[in-house]
Design a protein around this ligand. Structure first.
Ligand code: CMC
Length: 435
């Protein structure tokens, strides 16, 4: 971040002779940022930006999105190139360390992560405390948070080695927790990880294998899962990442911070959207019902939204959605599914929405979740697990952003301000004297 010497703007308060020149901070790409850090001390005013639509909360070198052009870069590399040529563990290295690994670094990193896939055996007992029908995201929040109670040798955030091991543990163990959350819900025995498998392969193995049968996995499906992980790995300062950073800014341990991120991801406006897309498609049921559904979406008196459409940052086609759509066709081909009614419905829904003035005017396009649910369903992943897969993939993004924040000397406790519009000071009235 370059601090330009020339002031970018001068702010003068109406009716006052006080003014402040606001320096400009240069981004390597993307909009220039006005530095308002001296605003309150100098002018005594706050800024108001609910939802942080125009506020940069931190400096970051990890991920860049150009929402107007539909561009997503991890450490400068376009997502399309990474999805085509890379694999998830290499992306983990890239996000955590800033550059792609050479062959030795890659092997060492892969071994390092995969050596940590098992959970402390006592963590298994946590599952006995969960109801059988617990949503797997509830299990994820609980068990990931509980990791701090087991891995005391990686909770000192001031120690670089602790941070490194915590990152490995989180990336390696989250798939095990996720797969076991699923196994528990269907009453099947937990399957222990296999470190000779790839990251996505191992996850599918733990979710789908049973002890009484050989397990065979199609490389096409493993590749599709790996790609899905790549596409979800990071997405700059979204709600869950900001939650992780805010929790981390207090000095909380990494496992607690990632549990906070998982909780924030759960909502339907964020990671829960892929689950919501499938529910929506099931409710629409048939192409002939699309116009009526679109009418409800556009009706301001209804709270119905076209799930999998729209994004806070993308005002163009989400580049991840394009890759998802292609992957969707590959997966269906591999599985020999010639006709998937949900995909037909989704394609038609997209076509109608993209031609509709309501969506055109508001620049609402398909996002990453529009097609991912169809892929996952075809692969036999149950709907409640969709957001869990997102959490598995996003863990590396959260950890990278958390680590970047901890290692940034300018980082401070996150503490937003507010416009208070409640009652002004008043005196306590005993209950007997209240109207
Ligand atoms: N369906 C219908 N109308 C929409 C939609 C939608 N999916 N998204 C936005 N709008 C309308 C909204 O009603 C508003 O209209 P108006 O100006 O007339 O009041 C306008 O578009 C702007 O919407 P907003 O709610 O101010 O925009 P936002 O940036 O706060 O919302 C969003 C972003 C993702 C929450 C929203 O687009 C949405 O709810 N989409 C559906 C849920 C979804 O697919 N979420 C996954 C996001 S991608 C995965 C991730 O990163 O987590």
């Amino acid at each position: 971040m370059t601090d330009s010497t020339k002031p970018a703007a001068t702010l003068t308060l109406a009716g006052s002779n006080k003014s402040l020149s606001l320096p400009m901070l240069d981004a390597s790409i993307g909009p220039t940022v006005l530095d308002i850090r001296k605003l309150y001390d100098t002018l005594g005013v706050f800024t108001y930006d609910p939802g942080f639509g125009a506020t940069a909360s931190c400096e970051s070198k990890i991920t860049y999105i150009d929402g107007d052009a539909g561009v997503l870069l991890y450490r400068g590399y376009p997502i399309e190139q990474l999805a085509e040529h890379s694999d998830f563990l290499e992306i983990c290295y890239l996000l955590l360390n800033g550059d792609l690994p050479n062959a030795t670094q890659r092997d060492e990193f892969n071994r390092g992560v995969m050596r940590h896939t098992m959970l402390h055996e006592q963590i298994r007992r946590f599952w006995d405390g969960f109801r059988r029908d617990a949503h797997p995201m509830a299990v994820m929040c609980g068990v990931v948070g509980a990791m701090a109670a087991f891995y005391h040798d990686s909770v000192d955030i001031t120690n670089e080695e602790h941070r490194r091991i915590a990152a490995f543990r989180l990336i390696a163990k989250v798939p095990t927790i996720a797969a076991w959350a699923y196994k528990y819900s269907i009453g099947q025995p937990f399957i222990y990880p296999r470190n000779d498998l790839g990251y996505a392969e191992n996850f599918l193995y733990m979710m789908q294998a049973v002890p009484c049968e050989d397990y065979k996995l199609s490389p096409v499906l493993a590749k599709a899962m790996d790609r899905l992980f790549i596409l979800h790995a990071d997405h700059e300062q979204n709600a869950s990442t900001s939650t992780v950073r805010l929790a981390g800014s207090t000095g909380a341990n990494p496992f607690a911070c990632i549990a906070a991120g998982i909780a924030a991801l759960w909502g339907p406006a964020h990671g829960g959207a892929n689950e919501a897309v499938l529910k929506m498609l099931a409710e629409i049921g048939n192409k002939k019902n699309i116009p009526e559904f679109i009418r409800k979406v556009k009706d301001k008196n209804s709270s119905v939204r076209l799930m999998g459409f729209g994004h806070r940052v993308y005002k163009n086609y989400d580049p991840r959605a394009k890759i998802m759509q292609k992957t969707c066709h590959e997966v269906l081909n591999e599985l020999g599914i010639k006709n998937e009614p949900l995909l037909d419905l989704a394609v038609e829904l997209e076509r109608i929405a993209l031609e509709d003035e309501y969506f055109v005017q508001r620049r609402l396009y398909p996002n990453v979740d529009f097609y991912s649910g169809i892929i996952l369903k075809a692969m036999g992943i149950p709907t409640p697990m969709f957001t869990v897969l997102f959490a598995v993939a996003r863990t590396v993004g959260w950890v990278s952003q958390w680590k970047e924040m901890i290692e940034d000397p300018s980082q401070r406790l996150g503490r937003p301000r507010q416009i208070y519009t409640g009652p002004t000071q008043r005196d306590y009235v005993p209950v007997g004297k209240r109207a």
